[in-house]
Structure formats: structure tokens, C-alpha cells
Design a protein around this ligand. Structure first.
Ligand code: 4AD
Ligand code: MG
Length: 479
């Protein structure tokens, strides 16, 4: 039915699959041809459904008459392409034969009328059949493809970072523990509700555990990426990451995909340049390759998104230091709920003011954050010479806030050890990370981009739960 199908199915030579949508002529070249159409009645596979017209001459017409072919049913239709009398499409199918492959029960929850996205979240198994979720899935796919394309074209090596890990990259204590779930199969512990093996003094008996020590789902692949960047130079990860932060917001998920490039022989300026080039590249890619879907978002989801993204793809991003950002907030006429002073964490109201009011919609990169507390910036960030700030940067965009967080890494062994002590982190458990500073340490930098936030940014979808096929949030792991 679409250009996409033609490419993907080239290996299935049985049928010549053709593009009936995509240009101003909308398949006019097919007029008079016999075709087979397979699909679902009102599915999400493309934005323009093929209109199929039947009459009693058609083989299998009784199925139409008896109402078997209702919304949601899967059908196989054969016929001839003719010009359409309707105003919405130029061609339609004059049906010669119709076969219902799978009937759809009348309880099918997604009927032709518009339904809310809140409702569709409770039907995540069926929502890809709607226009919106079909379009989001295609743009998400295009963004993933463009991500690999950008990094591959720029000489980066893709590295798979582990999902199960014993280290906490961000040090924020937001890790899901996997250990007790699969621990001690001998003891018959197979589920979270089984009792945890205890030593005589009542502590957890890790010797009985599968990994022999606490293990968690990763919050970030960065530390692992650094090991490969310290061998192969520029690398990137692209995989799922997990955070047990109890944030019920439109921009937090418990399971999200992260893209984390790590650049060797690089400083914070190189890092910001990479983030900018990457973001502009993927935005340009979807504007050029997902035109029909972007028009759909422009009409139905966020008016003006195409102009907004075109600006992002072309114009330089604003850059300012954290110190300047604080100055700007202090001078703002707006009253903030959280008071602003140097050293405070930027809240989303502050980020919104900066991106939406102060710089009217441009992405903004804020750099050189206070090192003061771990809640603000993590242990691995390189200390600046002022002794007060670290070489970290966040890229903020309107509505969503932080899209990218990155930094130059502390490559000096002595500084890193002092920092771990200051933050009361267990140095022993970072022994392998410290080794990288012992054996041929180099200046290096990287960043992490939350892929679902990028999907939000590129489609205008308001809630992050609609930017991933099966969202995981507090209290919700259905499907
Ligand atoms: O700022 P964060 O926590 O940075 C890191 O994890 C670094 N180790 C990255 C690096 O330097 N390699 O997370 C990076 C990005 C954020 O900017 C945000 O886009 C996204 O990950 N993110 C989330 N996205 C959805 N749901 C959540 N709960 C997220 N937490 C972070
Ligand atoms: Mg961050």
C-alpha cells in the first residue's frame, strides 16, 4: 500500500506491491490495473485508506451484506483500480472479490469516531491501528534509523551496553533491583513476593543470589560506553534504560530508550557541537522523509510544528552558562514557585521560562553547572578550573525541558578519587572505571538523549506515554 511496503517486501516476489499514495497523483498510474489489497478495515498502515467499492457482482459480496466486514476486520480484496467519484481520493478499488480473513467482534473499541489518547493508552495493543499511533510509530522508526545513520556516517561505533549492572551511573538511587527477583533459584525464589534469603543477623544473604551481589537495571550506558571510547575512540549506545523515579509527568517513563555518544579526545565544546549536529540531522531527516506524517502532525497534533522544526534544523542554538541563566531568571518579571539563587537546581518552570519566554522557542544549551551537590550533577563530570562548576551541559527545548544531558568526563585519576570521596560513593565498586584513568586516560565527553522525548519533540505528541509503544510508568506495566 505504501512506498515503505514496496521496499520491505521486495524479497517476496509473489506480488508486485505498489505505491498508491505519496505524490500529488496518488496512484493514478495504476488506473485500470488489477490489484490485491490486504489489510485491516481502517488500520494505521498509512494515512489515506484505500476506498473499496463493492456491489452484488463481487464474489464474496454476501460477507459485505451480512456485516462481517466491520471496522477492525482483516480483509483480502481483489479488484481493478478506477478513478474515484469522491472528492477525498483520486482512485478507488472496484472490487471483484472479497475475502474476510478475520472478522472483528462488534466490541472493537476503536471505531471510526475520534477517541482520546488517554483512552487509547488502555488499549495499547490496538492503538497502532489509529492514524496517530501509526504516524508516531513511523516517525519513531525514522528517528532511530537517522540516529544510526548520523553516527555511522560520522565514524562512531555502536556499542551494546548491558541492561543488568552493578553500578549506578547517575548515583541518584533510582535503580530497579533485579537481584531478588531471580536470586537463588535453589531456594525456590521465583517471584518478587517470595521471601528474600536472610543471614542469621537478618541481612540479605547475597551469597545465595544469582549474581552474588546486588544487581540492577541500568540507568545509563555511559560508564560502559566510556570503556569502549577509551579503546576505539568515538562510540555510541542506543538501548533501553530504566529509572525507578516516582515521577508521574508527561516527560518521565520508568523504561525509556537512550542514545549515548561518547567522544574520545574531546571536550565540552566538541560535545555540544556533536549534540547540535545530531539533533539538526535527525530533525532534517524526518522533515524530508516523513512528509505525509509530518503534515498530519502539523494539522492534528501541533499547529506549526513543521516551521518550528525547520528553524531547529537551520538556526544556531542559544548557548549560555548556568551562571548567566541564573542572572536571567533573577531579572525575570515572572514569579517562580521555586526561588532562584546560584547553586539551585533548575526546575521545569525555570527551564520553560528560558526556552519559551526568554529565547522564544529555540533550543537552549546551558553549560557549566555547579558541582555542589550530587542531585545537580553526577560524580563523573569534569571539574572546571573555577573550583565551583563542572563541565556539564543540558540541552533544553520548549514544553519538554531537558532533551539532552551531557558532560566532559573527569579524566584525572586524583580528581576523580577526591570527588568519589566527597560524594561518599564507594570507590572500590568503581575500580574498573578508575582503571580507565590509570591506563592511557584521555579527555573525553559525551551526552545522553532520551529517545521518547525526541519523539515528542519531533511529533508534537504531548505525553511521553504516547511516544513509546508500551509505556512503563508508576503503577502501569500492562501489555
Ligand atoms: O540527564 P541524564 O540523567 O544523563 C545521563 O544519564 C548521562 N549518563 C548521559 C550521558 O552523559 N551519557 O539522562 C539523559 C537524558 C535526559 O536528558 C532525558 O532526555 C532522558 O535521558 N531521561 C528520561 N527520559 C524519559 N524518562 C525518564 N525518566 C528520563 N530520565 C532521563
Ligand atoms: Mg540530566
Amino acid at each position: 500500500k505504501t512506498g515503505r511496503t514496496e521496499k520491505v517486501r521486495e524479497f517476496r516476489k509473489r506480488l508486485r506491491i505498489v505505491d498508491i499514495k505519496g505524490g500529488p497523483d496518488e496512484g493514478l498510474d495504476l488506473l485500470g490495473q488489477k490489484v490485491v489489497v490486504k489489510g485491516w478495515v481502517n488500520d494505521g498502515s498509512c494515512l489515506s485508506n484505500m476506498q473499496c467499492v463493492t456491489n452484488s457482482d463481487a464474489e464474496g459480496y454476501d460477507q459485505v451484506e451480512s456485516g462481517f466486514i466491520s471496522t477492525g476486520a482483516s480483509v483480502w480484496v481483489e479488484g481493478t483500480v478506477v478513478s474515484s467519484q469522491g472528492s477525498k481520493q483520486k482512485i478507488e478499488l472496484k472490487v471483484a472479490k472479497v475475502i474476510t480473513v478475520g472478522r472483528s467482534d462488534p466490541s472493537f473499541p476503536i471505531q471510526k469516531k475520534r477517541v482520546s489518547r488517554e483512552f487509547l493508552r488502555t488499549k495499547a495493543h490496538l492503538r497502532p491501528r489509529t492514524n496517530t499511533f501509526g504516524a508516531v510509530a513511523r516517525v519513531r522508526n525514522a528517528l532511530a534509523y537517522a540516529t544510526h545513520k548520523f553516527f555511522q556516517e560520522n565514524g562512531f561505533i555502536w556499542v551494546s551496553s548491558p541492561i543488568i549492572t552493578a553500578s549506578d551511573c547517575e548515583g541518584a538511587g533510582e535503580q530497579f533491583c533485579v537481584t531478588t527477583l531471580i536470586s537463588s533459584i535453589e531456594d525456590g525464589i521465583k517471584s518478587a513476593t517470595d521471601p528474600i534469603p536472610k543471614t542469621e543477623d537478618g541481612l540479605i544473604d547475597w551469597s545465595k543470589d544469582f549474581f552474588g551481589k546486588p544487581a540492577f537495571l541500568t540507568v545509563s550506558g555511559q560508564l560502559n560506553a566510556e570503556t569502549y571510547a577509551s579503546a576505539l575512540s568515538d562510540v555510541y549506545t542506543f538501548g533501553p534504560t530504566f529509572r525507578a523515579e516516582n515521577s508521574n509527568t508527561s516527560r518521565h517513563l520508568a523504561e525509556f530508550w537512550m542514545i549515548e555518544p561518547e567522544l574520545a579526545f574531546a571536550d565540552l565544546n566538541d560535545d555540544m557541537a556533536c549534540a547540535t549536529a545530531y539533533l539538526q540531522y535527525v530533525v532534517r531527516y524526518v522533515l524530508e522523509n516523513c512528509k505525509e506524517d509530518m503534515d498530519f502532525f502539523n494539522t492534528w497534533i501541533e499547529k506549526g510544528i513543521i516551521d518550528r522544526l525547520s528553524d531547529v534544523a537551520e538556526k544556531d542554538f542559544v548557548q549560555l552558562t548556568y551562571t548567566d541563566a541564573i542572572e536571567l531568571l533573577l531579572r525575570a518579571k515572572k514569579k517562580f514557585e521555586f526561588p532562584v539563587k546560584w547553586g539551585c537546581d533548575l526546575q521545569s518552570e525555570h527551564e520553560r521560562y528560558i526556552t519559551e519566554d526568554a529565547f522564544s522557542g529555540s533550543p537552549v544549551i546551558i553549560r557549566d553547572y555547579p558541582k555542589a551537590r550530587l542531585e545537580i550533577k553526577a560524580f563523573y563530570m569534569r571539574q572546571n578550573d573555577d573550583g565551583k562548576t563542572v563541565a556539564a551541559m543540558d540541552l533544553l527545548v520548549p514544553r519538554i525541558g531537558e532533551l539532552i544531558g551531557g558532560s566532559q568526563r573527569e579524566e584525572r585519576l586524583d580528581h576523580l578519587e577526591v570527588r568519589l570521596d566527597e560524594l561518599k560513593l564507594n570507590k572500590e565498586s568503581y575500580w574498573w572505571y578508575l582503571d580507565l584513568r590509570r591506563f592511557g586516560s584521555v579527555p573525553h565527553a559525551g551526552f545522553g538523549l532520551g529517545f521518547e522525548r525526541l519523539v515528542q519533540f519531533a511529533t508534537g505528541i504531548e505525553n511521553i506515554r504516547d511516544a513509546i509503544p508500551f509505556p512503563r510508568t508508576p503503577g502501569s506495566a500492562e501489555f
